[in-house]
Design a protein around this ligand. Sequence first.
Ligand code: ZN
Length: 211
Amino acid sequence: MTTFLSDHDAVATDVLSPRLRVVRDDNAIDLDAAACAVSDLLVALGHDPVSEHLADTPRRVAFAYAELLTPRSFDLTTFPNDEGYDELVLARNIPFQSLCQHHLFPFHGVAHVGYIPADRILGLSKLARVVELFARGLQVQERLTQQVADWLDEHLAPKGVGVVLEAEHLCMSLRGVKAQGSRTVTSAVHGLLRDDGRSRQEFFALTGISR
Ligand code: ZN
């Protein structure tokens, strides 16, 4: 029996050291077992998995799910905030893909991730990597949003952090209510971006979200 469950635990050491290798060690994906399960699913859905057209489908599906459930490892390189920069740093429109844990359908959209630096700053591309770290797994959008914010809080210790996710859920647009084009917006704000009115307003204005 194959399970796609993962608990999103990121293994990281040396908090706030300049280089932090970030890997997720919860991947116990058995590709052969997954392919067998897809084959069984095809049978259960009334299709013949050994027909010429479907012969390679179980393997392809297994690989596709494995890819969507496996974030790439990366080095979280941080730098001293020598200039004492204390304004908002915001990466907007970071594309992401994730898998809805209720339907195993993708949901995808963009993330806006910002922080107000304290002692250290980080390479902007790393914000996208942190989003991917948590997006590549079975998720609900609310938890994904919170996990990205919590992780940055914990590993960068900024004065404030804010995350906004806008996503289309295929389980909503292709089936059920068929709400095509509808996007779900979630946010998580910590520190100054939560408590300081001006910073909070600036953050949500720059992400294009009014609240
Ligand atoms: Zn769903």
